[in-house]
Design a protein around this ligand. Structure first.
Ligand code: PGA
Length: 243
């Protein structure tokens, strides 16, 4: 039985004060959320300690937006697994299209981050997805398959979440059709060969499309950017209903 994971990625948003304000409004809105799903928020590093305290005794788990493969060392700007362990972080986001694009993250680096996550007790959320041009050229499946083969090498599929995030749908307001997102998630599951693998969809998820996405057979959750910044919209997403 695959347990849905509803995750919000705050990216480079939210000071500690803003995070406190968000949680003050958000937690009451998810107090009665059914216990059949996991709720996750990925704050910026500076708000992780504040968020760890705010999430105590709540149903919300924490994700880091990155993790390095070494436990310490000369890696300016990186975050180590031991630093995250101090703050009760459960998940890490790796392979997001933004570091892939802006910092030329390779599948090998992404694989190292994901392996390090599992070795240190975190569940990596490994993001994959094609660009607009790749989709138009008919290369979407080949690109995603390569990202899966290289990025997931050596990982334990039972301690893993994969997020299918078509790049053209991220932050653009253009959601991938639910049936097409479902088709790709099904392909990913067959390539990985693990029926229990949890696979999210991400890219312009909002209150207006969450119920349709979550009703799909192969979509086991969502990774949400913009709509996770407002307590009411992320609470509506967390409280999705499929009937
Ligand atoms: P978006 O971002 O929901 O703002 O499209 C999704 C993501 O980057 O994971």
């Amino acid at each position: 039985m695959r347990r849905p994971v509803i995750a919000g990625n705050w990216k480079m948003h939210m000071t500690c004060a803003q995070a406190r304000e968000f949680m003050g409004a958000f937690l009451p809105l998810v107090a009665d959320t059914p216990n059949d799903r996991d709720l996750v928020l990925a704050p910026p590093f500076t708000a992780i300690s504040t968020m760890a305290r705010l999430c105590e005794d709540s149903s919300v788990a924490l994700a880091s937006q990155n993790v390095h493969w070494e436990r310490e060392g000369a890696f300016t700007g990186e975050i180590s697994p031991s630093m995250l362990q101090e703050h009760d972080v459960n998940y890490t986001i790796v392979g997001h299209s933004e570091p892939r694009k802006y910092f030329s993250e390779s599948d090998e680096q992404i694989n190292n981050r994901a392996l390090s996550s599992q070795a240190n007790g975190f569940i990596p959320i490994v993001c994959v997805g094609e660009s607009d041009e790749q989709r138009e050229r008919g290369e979407a499946e080949r690109v995603i398959r390569r990202q899966i083969e290289q990025g997931l090498e050596g990982l334990d599929a039972d301690q893993l979440v994969v997020a299918y995030e078509p790049i053209w749908a991220i932050g653009t307001g253009k959601t991938c059709e639910a049936t097409e997102a479902n088709r790709i998630c099904g392909l990913i599951r067959s390539w990985v060969g693990s029926p229990d693998l949890v696979i999210q969809y991400g890219g312009s998820v909002k209150p207006g499309n969450i119920d349709e996405l979550m009703a799909m057979s192969d979509i086991d959750g969502v990774l949400v950017g913009g709509a996770s910044l407002k307590p009411d919209s992320f609470a509506r997403i967390a409280n999705y209903q499929t009937v």
